[in-house]
Design a protein around this ligand. Structure first.
Ligand code: ADP
Length: 452
């Protein structure tokens, strides 16, 4: 641990690691501080993919997409309340982010779909495995080869300023205790606050009884650090409740949106569909809540299981019910078996016709449920993501209440607010972390160039 750095990155998720690599490649002396003894934050848990448009991967899969459509889907999904400056930067820099990862030996060469996206944009590893742990491992490898120091069990506790400018960071390291390190800039990349009950009570008391899919470090420290240093917050009451979370064991398991993206349907207790499974998360959650039942059930077949290998993991930890036919599956899942058989027959018929007359799901994104065995997972909504956070501009500079930047203080990733509006679309969080993480690395380098 040195006495001073050019840039200190707080948080070892995808945003922080990406920023550190980009900044170091531009010649900065960088260190990353992580408060836990594990790396990768919520990024490590991301399952479905990283959204991007106009990539060579899309073209290789004959997905003819464009930035306007990516913008429009994210804008509609966010209830047209997204920060448009951030959204424009986001959609115009997704392709270069995929290319940058590719150059750093991180290959997201397969595609899947997420709710609210009109095209297959969620880029994932070619073995179709979860994007998060793959990405975190790949970034970590880069940190090692580039010798970028990462100090774990080191909590950022105060940003030090002289006048209007950031000059240091006070940390608390498990072994050495409290210490102030000099730095020209700080990037806050500490993730969200889904694990902080007091903040949930303040911003969304109606959600307090829900469980969360988040890792233990998602405690909102970054928002507090930023406010104490003069920055302001936006959209703090906008909290995403993810529709498909398995909560019947003593661990809370997110069931990746790719299960639906590959074709699974959702049914109520009587075995009937009740929503377009591929609409946005807020709407699917609302439809489940409206049932006033004990959550709902995901139903799929072996074809879908093959296309989304995380299901093997869900099965290994005991979340998946299996049967050779739908009648037996209905019994196991406590659904009305006649209705379930009829529901699936109708669904398969709508695949043939190419139109989902009941709920308007884009059938092109799905496949028939016809290859046994059949599977079911019982799900309920849980807190998943905090859309709000530190106010930033497209340069990732943090802003105060009057819209002026806090000199030397940057934020990127889930800790920053505004990009997603009312509702984040699946696959946009990893994209945000990488796109704005890179941007933070570049902008801090520019800031320091101008200082010298
Ligand atoms: P993002 O996706 O925006 O990169 P993540 O949730 O993946 O966010 O990562 C944020 C990381 O920041 C987590 O590993 C978390 O433990 C860490 N973190 C949170 N608060 C602090 C803090 N005060 N000091 C250091 N690290 C922190």
């Amino acid at each position: 641990l040195k006495e001073s750095y050019d840039l200190i990155v707080v948080g070892s998720g995808a945003a922080g690691m990406t920023a550190a690599i980009q900044a170091q490649e531009l010649g900065l002396h960088v260190a990353i501080f992580e408060k836990l003894n594990t790396l990768g934050g919520n990024s490590n848990r991301a399952s479905t993919g990283m959204n991007a448009t106009e990539t060579v991967v899309q073209l290789a899969n004959h997905v003819i997409d464009d930035q306007d459509s990516f913008y429009e889907d994210t804008w509609q999904g966010g209830g047209k309340t997204n920060d448009q400056e951030l959204l424009s930067y986001f959609v115009t820099h997704s392709e270069s982010a995929i290319n940058w990862l590719e150059k750093h030996d991180i290959h997201l060469t397969d595609l899947t779909a997420t709710g609210g996206m009109s095209q297959k944009r969620a880029h994932r590893p070619d073995n179709k495995s979860a994007v998060g742990s793959y990405l975190v491992k790949g970034l970590q490898k880069q940190l090692l080869t580039k010798k970028i120091p990462l100090f774990s069990e080191t909590t950022a506790i105060k940003i030090m300023k002289q006048g209007e400018q950031v000059i240091g960071l006070k940390i608390n390291n498990r072994e050495i205790g409290e210490k102030t390190i000099a730095t020209k800039a700080v990037l806050i990349a500490t993730g969200g606050f889904s694990q902080n009950k007091n903040m949930l009570k303040e911003y969304a008391p109606e959600l307090l009884q829900l469980k969360t899919t988040n890792h233990p470090g998602a405690t909102g420290d970054g928002m507090k650090l930023a406010v104490a240093a003069g920055a302001t917050l936006v959209d703090m009451h906008k909290i995403q409740v993810h529709p498909t979370v398995q909560q019947d064991t003593n661990h809370v398991y997110l069931i990746g949106e790719g299960v639906r993206g590959e074709g699974a349907i959702l049914v109520n207790q009587t075995g009937q569909r009740f929503v377009n499974e591929m609409t946005t998360r807020d709407k699917v959650t609302a439809a489940i809540d409206n049932l006033q039942e004990d959550g709902a059930t995901l139903v799929f077949d072996q074809g879908i299981r093959d296309a989304f290998p995380a299901i093997n993991f869900y099965d290994a930890v005991g979340l998946v019910m299996t049967a050779e036919n739908l009648t037996d599956l209905a019994k196991k899942a406590h659904l009305d078996s006649e209705k379930l058989v009829a529901t699936v027959a109708k669904w398969n018929d709508s695949q043939v016709k190419g139109i989902d007359a009941d709920f308007g799901r884009e059938t092109a994104m799905a496949r028939s449920l016809a290859l046994p065995p059949y599977y079911a997972i019982h799900i309920k909504p849980a807190i998943h993501y905090t859309m709000g956070g530190i106010k930033i501009n497209k340069l990732t500079e943090t802003l105060n209440e009057t819209g002026d930047k806090v000199s030397g203080l940057y934020a990127a990733g889930e800790v920053a607010g505004g990009l997603h509006g009312d509702n984040r679309i699946g696959g946009n969080s990893i994209a945000e972390a990488v796109i704005f993480g890179r941007q933070a690395g570049k902008q801090v380098a520019k800031y320091i160039d101008e200082m010298n």
